[in-house]
Every structure is written in C-alpha cells, then in structure tokens.
Ligand binder design. Sequence first.
Ligand code: 5GP
Length: 263
Amino acid sequence: MKKGKKLYEGKAKIIYETQDKDLVIQHFKDDATAFNNLKKSSVEGKGVLNNRISEHILTNLSQCGIKTHLIKRLNMREQLIKKAEIFPIEFIVRNIATGSLTKRLGIPEGTVLENPLLEYCYKKDELNDPVISKEHIYNFGWATENEINVIDKMTLRINDLLVGLFRGVGIKLIDFKIEYGKVWNKETEQKEIVLADEISPDTCRLWDSKTEKKLDKDRFRKDLGNIIQGYQEVARRLGIMPEETNISEVNFGKTTSIKFKKK
Ligand code: 5GP
C-alpha cells in the first residue's frame, strides 16, 4: 500500500492517505508528551513497541468479536487502518483508582473499584480534555444516545477481555483510554462503530501484579526512568518481539585451556 499525503499529525502518531479513500496509514512516532504537551521528549523505540503491542491487542480483541479499525500491520512503525470519523470523546475505564480520579474526587490511591468506572472526556487539548457527562455528549451532538449505548457495552466488554489478557501475563490493568470512530460497511451499506486509535502502554496504566511496578507511560510522566524497559517488558510478556527483548549478556566465565590427550 503506497503512502500518500500526510492528513494529520498528532502527539504520538501521523496519519497518511493511501490510494484507497477508505483506508489510511497510521504511523507511530517515538515522541512522548504529557500534561498536555508541557512535557516533551523522544523515547527511542517507543513507536515500534506501541505499533506491535497495539496490533497484538486489537487482533486479540477482534478475534473475540470486537470490531476495530485495524486491517494489518505494514512494517515496524505503521499499520493500515480504516479511515474513521472519530468521536471527539475519550472513553476512560478505571478498575483501580489512581491518576486524575484520585486528584479530582479525593478517592484514595489504589482503591479497587467495585465495578469498572466509565468516564467520558471531551477531546480538546486547549481545554485539557475535560470530563463530561452523557448529557453534554447528547446536547452538543458529539454522539447519539444509541451510539453511546453501543460504545458503553463495547467498552465494558473490552475491559473484561483486556483484564484477562493482562492478568494471564502477570499484569494488572489499572485503567485505560480508548477512542471510537464510524466507518462505512460496504456489505451492510451502513455506518458502523469501530474501536480506533491504539491500545498500548501509552494509553493504559499497567502494573506488575506482584511488585506493582509501573510498566506504562507513568514512567515518563513521573520521571521514573527506564521507560522503554517498561514497554519492552509488556511486549515480552505478551509474546511480542521475543528475539529483541530476551537478549541478555552471556557470561562466558574464565577461559581455560583445553588439554588434548596424547595418543
Ligand atoms: P487519567 O485521567 O488518570 O490521567 O488517565 C486515565 C487513563 O487514561 C490512563 O491510563 C491514561 O494513560 C489514559 N489517558 C487519559 N487521557 C489520555 C490522553 O490524552 N492520552 C493518552 N495517551 N492517554 C490518556
């Protein structure tokens, strides 16, 4: 698939057009940003890891019946995806209280939530992506009641599947952000809602089940260091890139001479 004009450049990804008007290429950059662009850096290899981790997760979700925008991964940094009309809403799911929830409502850090908590944020950098209610969504026409009912169900199902996927590899899914879009389905001749964007350590909080060590973008946000090692650990546990991430130094020990028996 030939890459055409750049259509959009975000903080972590670039979208390019293709010869097919319904398909675009999603390119994962190494750029890392936090606090609405106040903190910026480049983390070498992050784009490659997010591309592969997101491909792995979306493929797994799709095998469980979740419709996604992903067609296929093209190379180490790019995916071919369906061109979607993205809802201007970030859908956040929380299983354990941390981050902005603890700050906003004073809920103690680490509180296990009785039920997964769904929050909606208006995607608007200038306003710091504020939390909104369904009433805002309907009132301002950002999505219809029907669409939100479909998305809520999909989101809770995705949370169930992801909690299981990560639990199986010793990782707790604390919370995550997802986005949805609408695409034209040629067979049904109707628009359908698909999971869009990415699911990666950039968009999830992932803690090691035993040690609660952070394996996600909070390593960057909170200056914890070893950012790429956290992402590599997620990739390695999910069974992606074993050859790159399993390389460890080989200790050859002391050299000893080999004695040959005289015949
Ligand atoms: P919080 O609201 O606590 O800052 O974030 C909740 C979850 O959503 C975290 O997993 C965080 O990574 C994700 N999240 C929220 N907003 C954004 C965003 O604008 N970009 C990215 N990459 N993730 C976000």
